[in-house]
Design a protein around this ligand. Structure first.
Ligand SMILES: [Cu+2]
Length: 496
């Protein structure tokens, strides 16, 4: 272990145990915070300024990519690259069908790409080098222009390869919410909040942080008969966690009143980790996955959400007190991934409580409806080539690292059944650009009507999705874990 990593781990441990000087940062306002005045960090990062509002037929925004500081907590300030000096970046909110113009100014020394995740946009503006989008040049600017569709919780983020540089791409603060409002949104809620899950100060380690440990109860249909005993390579870890730009307890609480229905837009903007969040004493009524309404909304005790995914859920505030909405893993929550939920006239210390045993299962939000017969079936097999303790793992799609030649071809208008075979011991959030797909089965459990753009395929698991090829042009497919994507876990689909 390098000395620098040792120092950082020591720091992480100090925060995780709540020991040392940082202790006062948790649960009460510090002198610095008071000096900053009424800290409205949560709301500030959520409410667009008047100039950023979409009005009339067109919506125009400007994003500045530049180095910035983020005060995660008093005395915990990190440097990163962000959009318009905010983390998350400005909320971009438009109506479905609006023409959107985003002028991106790049005040850094490297080319950048801004990707509009979950939108049906052409490859030239999707913000992906592999699809042929031109970069935003260093110290230059580029205009992205597209029609906003489909309606729902979308987001935008850097799509730059990072490789061994943990200060590029999704390792940075370059991410933000992009809401496309539908004309017939019922709006059956009293308050709306945007919560982005993040880690900071990424480092490389062979230590397993356990965040993606396989669930032993999973059926693991893709588990090989003989285990791979080669030593694992370096993985990306992090000592600091936050929701939006604040460590648990360092920002303003989420203030609620008894009887309120709070619509929570959850986004996992992490480069590396799947997270599970809960609000003890409350249930999340999941209404949309990746911004798309689910056919069978259900109440759940916790939400699992992978890098790239969004979950929209309504929480009925019916248990007065002061609670922690946070990561289920104690280490992640104590390192900052949480936010205090405070009912009116309640001032006690925020509480956390262990959860009743339950598991996350996408299929419960779907129906048993039959799927149309597909025109073609595509099998995609994912394998890890362990890099050993000093190297990086590499990833194979059908036996090859990216790039492939002409293996993946769509014909416009046809329906593809795509079977993801995960022959590795990690869970992977698999993402298709510019398209939605429908879940067909997960580890043998059928479902229908759930439309997503990113799906977690569990360790040694299998998922089947149906995709109608209706967005001509190059289409990138990849694991949304930055390191996996950078080291081979990508494929480019072409339209014939
Ligand atoms: Cu992956």
């Amino acid at each position: 272990m390098k000395r620098r990593d040792f120092v950082r781990l020591g720091w992480a441990t100090m925060i995780a145990t709540g020991a040392g000087k940082l202790r006062p940062a948790f649960g009460k306002s510090s002198g610095l915070q008071q000096a900053l005045g009424p800290a409205q960090h949560l709301m500030e990062s959520l409410e667009p300024k008047a100039a950023e509002h979409a009005t009339g037929r067109a919506a125009a925004f400007t994003l500045q990519i530049a180095p910035m500081m983020v005060e995660l907590a008093p005395q915990v300030v990190i440097s990163t690259i962000g959009y318009s000096n905010k983390v998350p970046g400005p909320l971009l909110r438009v109506r479905e069908g609006q023409l959107v113009t985003v002028d991106v100014v790049n005040n850094t020394d490297v080319p950048e790409y801004v990707h509009w995740h979950g939108l049906f946009v052409p490859p030239e503006v999707d913000g992906v080098e592999e699809e042929g989008t031109p970069p935003v040049p260093p110290h230059g600017r580029r205009r992205y222009q597209f029609v906003a569709k489909p309606a729902g919780s979308r987001w935008y983020h850097s799509h730059t390869a990072a490789m061994m540089d943990l200060h590029r791409g999704t390792y940075t603060g370059q991410f933000g919410f992009f809401m496309i409002d539908s004309a017939n949104e019922p709006g059956n809620y009293d308050q709306e909040v945007f919560l982005a899950l993040r880690e900071w100060e990424y480092f490389l380690s062979t230590m397993d942080q356990d965040e993606m440990a396989p669930d032993p109860r999973d059926p693991m249909p893709e588990k090989p008969a003989t285990p791979d005993l080669r030593p694992n390579g370096l993985e990306v870890s992090a000592p600091l966690y936050s929701i939006n730009d604040k460590i648990l307890g360092a920002g303003e609480p989420l203030r609620v009143k008894q009887g309120q229905r709070v619509l929570m837009h959850l986004l996992n903007a992490s480069a590396a980790q799947i997270h599970r969040v809960a609000l003890p004493g409350h249930k999340f009524q999941v209404i949309a996955l990746d911004g798309n309404s689910v056919p069978a909304p259900q109440p759940v005790d916790f939400i699992a959400i992978a890098p790239g995914e969004r979950v929209d859920a309504i929480v009925e505030m019916n248990n007065p007190g002061v609670w922690i909405l946070g990561e289920i893993r104690d280490a992640a929550r104590q390192s900052g991934m949480g936010i205090v939920v405070e009912y009116a006239n309640q001032k006690q210390r925020a509480q956390w409580a262990p959860l009743p045993k339950s598991r996350w299962d996408y299929t419960i939000f779907g129906t048993a409806a039959p799927h149309p017969v597909p025109d073609h079936t595509i099998d995609m097999v994912f394998e890890k080539v362990p890099g050993g303790p000093n190297g990086f793992n590499r990833w194979l799609v059908n036996g090859k690292e990216y790039p492939h030649q002409r293996e993946f071809v769509f014909h416009q208008g046809r329906r593809y059944r795509i079977v993801f075979h995960n022959r590795s011991d990690d869970s992977h959030p698999l993402h298709f650009h510019r398209h939605l797909f429908e879940l067909v089965e997960l580890n043998g459990k059928p479902t229908a009507g759930i439309k997503k753009d990113t799906v977690i395929v569990p360790a040694f698991g299998r998922a089947t999705v149906d995709l109608v090829a209706d967005q001509p042009g190059l289409t990138l497919f990849h694991c949304h874990i930055q390191q996996h994507m950078d080291f081979g876990f990508m494929a480019l689909f072409r339209y014939a």
